[in-house]
Write a protein that binds this ligand. Sequence first.
Ligand code: GAP
Length: 480
Amino acid sequence: MSQEDIAPVEVGSGLAKLLTRRPMAGKNDKGDSMEKIVSLCKRRGFVFQSSEIYGGLNGCWDYGPLGVELKRNLKDYWWRRNVLEREDVVGMDGSILMNRNVWRASGHESTFSDPLIDCKTCKGRFRADQLEDSRCLLKPSKRPGECDGELTEPRQFNMMFRTFVGASEDDSSVTYLRPETAQSMFVQFKNVLETSRQKLPFGLAQIGKAFRNEINPRHFTFRSREFEQMEIEYFCRPEQGKELLEYWLKERLKFYEEIGLSFEKLHVLDVPEADRAHYSEGTYDIEYDFPFGRQELEGVAYRTNYDLRKHQEHSGKPLEYFDDETKEKFVPHVVEPSAGVDRTVLALLCEAYDEETITNEKGKEEMRTVMRFHPRIAPVKCGVFPLLKNKPELVAKARDLVDLLRPHMHVFYDEGGAIGRRYRRQDEAGTPFGVTIDFETLGEQGDDLRDTVTLRERDSMKQTRVPIQELTDRLIQEIR
Ligand code: GAP
């Protein structure tokens, strides 16, 4: 079934617009922007190929100095909005390796697989459900099957990374790197309930690594073999499940807008029953228009009480909830908003990337590349620049300003090169504000401007004069 065949559903007035299947602005609305984004990520230190000097490792990525700040800001904001600002959600941090029985009970050991097809000629391995988008390794202009290669029948390939715990490498020591963070929240449900003294409905939140041996990692960090998830398991009474699914969908859409993703590029897919996981009684995929097409950012699923029930059966330990008011005992149901950190970072990078022609400081036209991150999640909040590096008074004053701002925000000090070039470097880093210390700051042009600085806004490139005294408060207001 194509996405266009799926009927829009109505979930309140604001959402109706999102649930209508709007066409993408064009498969690649910024031309060859994906290549440019990947190149900028390397050039500026957002994302590098893992183990690059050894030829890399497919599906694995390293975040550089700017990327790690962007990712951290995203995770911090998610934590703040979903845990710190709520009374009904608590957090946890589970281990990546767990008892193998967890994966037996959850069904991952027997069913967490993708259909795999091998080509006997080019030796390529392809996902059977993605042949349309795959390329023959010997004849890249053709799809597998379109070339003369002989394809095998599809077979199921389990995506969990197997490993051994302890010194012996036999069946008794097998376990897996977790393919989702969710399961540790299910198996710790009882401990959390008892220690946090929460009452239904309440949520358990976690941010952490997950691993999947994807057959075809692709689209830069979009489909990786090692990635991070931000997940909430929101436990509730059975009759609350459907309503809470709609509630969490709205909450999550609000979040994406708050971090700067544009409304027009966000879409909601009401996943048809045939495409849902077997335990789901309703799933919405939140999708984003990436330059390579419309793709899933997050799944919001009503998982019923499948997981707790399975763990109760397999472990023999009760995972029930006793309702003081109704005196009922039951296995709670769960609504799960499950987002990918790396995919959201990629969406932020794609959303932010922009190019424009400007007239530079010397009156000449030039192309400016600018990352228009929302100040809330921008890796660096403010650049500080002494106009000249060989004037010690300017440098000292700029250093003082860095000391003033640093306790409140991530600041970058730069004294190298022409001021225009320094601005341009911070535009590519997505730094929303730049502050220049000049001769006016020192009082050399009269007392009126002493202790004032030039504040430059990244997006408009507008420059205003601001007293140093007012600067910290003004910037704090902007970045919150
Ligand atoms: N606990 C439910 C669960 O894991 P999922 O739809 O398989 O559901 C949730 O994954 C989210 O994790 C996805 O929406 C996506 O953002 C992210 N994700 C899944 N596989 C990924 C991969 N191979 N690379 C990057 N992110 C991935």
